[in-house]
Design a protein around this ligand. Structure first.
Ligand SMILES: Nc1ncnc2c1ncn2[C@@H]1O[C@H](COP(=O)(O)OP(=O)(O)OP(=O)(O)O)[C@@H](O)[C@H]1O
Length: 643
């Protein structure tokens, strides 16, 4: 990995292309409480950082409020400067626009945005910027069933080039965990970590590829004061190492506030103050709104921003900061590097392909799939709900159906019972698989959004991996269920019929998963649990449940062609009663009239043909491909739409 290193010594920066060991300046090291810095060295000593200075000008952000409701401007032409090696706080009351600004600066949101963002004096090129930046969301979107070390290894395997030797990856992981005080929790499952540890793990994961710019949305929310100090101290340490660190924060205590180098105060999408934390009190005096003695300036400025002292005060602050344009209140305002000088210091590297998307990820598609599959299998092994419960439910329901419909498969007098059984089997496969996906996918979706944005892997890799991971467990559950119901209910003991039956079941399971993914990609859990079962009713009707296919009105016939349950049912009927099945033995009423002794009679009554099996298989395969493709494109759309 070819990177430029900025060696720092006591705040002075010199460019160096070598990989010299960076020793923390003793003063800084002392200040950073609890930071685990081994022998005064830190993990990024060999992963040099090219510093990034961010400027933004006249940023406006507008959202559409929906059909005929017009638009709403959330950010109103704000400006600012986020210099390298600074820890910057975005502050403001709830709804001020902090998260929106963070999303825009990080490139997470692009639609509806107007204005200019410059990176080291150059107009921001989003893909290039994303390569050197990372976004840590407020909620910790972590793989709960992996240990800290496993999570870190996955991150290293995905975010570092495949050419990086294993020992180097391990050294990086160890150093990061040491620095963030997580080394002793390496083998702890992530779900067992405390809130503060989880927050630190979120940061640790994103540090693996040594990003130059870090955006953090409320990293201290939900933490006690000591954990808050710990996290912010760590961020300060990381900033001192050459990074630009921007985080939103609600209302910091005085001690927490003074840890930040710069603060950017927002109210109603406008800037009230942009400058050094140490300058806030002077600024307030300057605009004739002096901070009361013994008052936390952070609290006071938030009260002003909330309008507690009148809206005219907000207007005074906006004009005092020139809506963020003024850099007068920076610590060394005169020594700020101009845009021209920044451009000269950081010329665009000739080898950088600004239009290329190919190098957005550090590893190849195949490698990403491999790592994600490995991660998926570890999760499946540990997830008793998803894996063991699925197996148990399939065995239990299989046994129940088997006992209720025992012997129905051979008895000519119970053909209708058997027909109901086949329907029940279809509904079981549909509901258990689809609803499981609908309920569990949103959790995966939130992790996907974070990891995909932070360039861990492509959507193709994620989608391929989840498809592959599901396959073995789906096959096992489906096989167990099929064997139990097939044997208990005495379906024809012919290998070919059994496998035909199993093939139909498996295809229905896989299609139901695809349908669950489609719903899960678009809906949240609540909407999904409503939409899923609601959609099954027409699917059942079009399959011939309660109404024979012949009796469905012509204008609704199209439904029978798209209902995969129809092909499933027809396939089952073909496997059980088709292919010239001999005359059935009427066990329960041997001496009486047995209406469906001849399978052909039954097929004619339900308006199905017994020889359609292969057509049904082809139709199911086509529907499977279509649902899987649709789920992929819906996921892609979802990812784009949240931005
Ligand atoms: N898509 C949207 N549609 C309508 N309004 C939106 C949308 N996104 C954000 N807003 C509004 O923009 C304003 C700023 O939201 P934002 O989440 O940035 O605030 P915030 O300062 O981060 O608040 P908090 O601290 O409570 O998270 C809020 O009033 C919010 O309701």
């Amino acid at each position: 990995m070819e990177v430029l290193m900025h060696e720092m010594s006591n705040g002075q920066e010199t460019n160096a292309v070598d990989t010299k060991v960076y020793t923390m300046p003793k003063q800084t090291e002392k200040k950073v409480e609890n930071a685990h810095v081994e022998d005064g060295r830190c993990f990024m000593e060999s992963n040099a950082v090219d510093t990034v200075d961010i400027m933004f000008e006249n940023i406006k952000y507008t959202v559409s409020l929906g059909c005929k409701k017009g638009q709403k401007e959330i950010l109103h032409g704000i400006n600012g400067r986020l210099p390298a090696k600074h820890l910057i706080a975005l502050m403001g009351p709830s709804g001020a626009g902090k998260s929106t600004l963070l999303d825009i600066l990080s490139g997470f949101r692009t639609t509806g945005m107007d204005g200019n963002i410059y990176i080291n004096g150059h107009v921001r090129h989003l893909n290039s910027f994303r390569k050197c930046s990372t976004y840590i969301t407020q909620d910790d979107r972590l793989e709960a069933l992996l240990t800290v070390a496993e999570n870190m290894t996955v991150a290293a395997d995905l975010k570092l080039p495949t050419s990086t030797p294993r020992y180097e990856k391990e050294t990086i992981i160890k150093d990061i965990l040491n620095t963030l005080g997580l080394y002793e929790h390496m083998n702890t499952l992530t779900e067992k970590l405390s809130g503060g540890q989880r927050k630190r793990l979120s940061i640790a994961l994103e540090l693996v590829n040594n990003p130059t710019v870090m955006f953090l949305d409320e990293p201290t929310t939900g933490l006690d004061s000591s954990s808050c100090m710990h996290v912010v101290n760590l961020l300060k340490l990381l900033a001192r190492q050459g990074r630009t660190i921007v985080c939103t924060i609600h209302q910091p205590s005085a001690s927490l506030f003074q840890l930040f180098d710069l603060v950017y105060v927002l109210a109603n999408g406008e800037c009230l103050f942009h400058g050094a934390t140490t300058q806030l009190v002077s600024y307030l005096e300057n605009v004739k709104l002096p901070c009361p003695v013994y008052y936390n300036p952070a609290d006071y400025v938030i009260e002003l921003a909330c309008g507690e002292y009148g809206d005219d005060k907000i207007a005074m602050l906006i004009s005092g900061s020139k809506n963020g344009k003024s850099t007068q209140w920076f610590q060394n305002a005169d020594s700020l590097v101009t845009a021209n000088n920044l451009r000269a210091l950081h010329p665009i590297k000739k080898h950088v392909n600004l239009n290329g998307k190919s190098s957005l990820h550090a590893t190849s598609l195949i490698h990403q799939i491999k790592i994600l599959i490995e991660r998926g299998f570890i999760k499946s092994k540990r997830d008793t709900t998803l894996t063991y419960l699925r197996i148990i439910v399939n065995i239990a329901v299989g046994l129940m159906l088997g006992m209720v419909f025992v012997g129905a498969g051979t008895d000519g007098a119970r053909v209708l019972d058997n027909y109901n059984l086949l329907f029940s089997i279809l509904i079981h496969h549909l509901m258990t698989t689809m609803m499981l996906t609908v309920v569990t996918f949103p959790v995966q979706m939130s992790i996907l959004l974070k990891e995909h944005f932070n360039r861990w892997y492509s959507l193709k890799a994620f989608y391929t991996a989840i498809t592959v991971i599901e396959l073995p467990i789906s096959i096992i559950c489906c096989l167990l269920f099929t064997v139990i119901t097939y044997l208990f209910t005495c379906q024809p003991l012919e290998m070919s019929r059994f496998f035909m039956f199993f093939a139909i079941s498996l295809l229905v399971v896989l299609i139901s998963q695809g349908a669950g993914l489609m719903i899960g990609a678009v809906c949240n859990v609540i909407n999904g649990t409503f939409v899923g079962p609601t959609l099954t009713v027409p699917l059942m009707m079009f399959a011939g449940f309660g109404v024979t296919l012949r009796d469905i009105p012509n204008y609704l016939k199209w439904g029978t062609y798209i209902s995969f349950l129809r092909y499933g049912l027809e396939g089952y009927i073909g496997a059980i009663y088709g292919f010239d099945r001999p005359v059935l033995f009427c066990e329960s009423n041997e001496n009486l009239y047995c209406h469906y002794r001849y399978p052909a009679k039954f097929l004619s009554d339900i308006a199905m043909e017994g020889n359609q099996f292969w057509n049904d298989i082809v139709a199911l395969i086509i529907i499977l491909i279509l649902t899987r493709c649709a789920a992929y494109f819906l996921l892609k759309w979802k990812i784009m739409s949240v931005r």
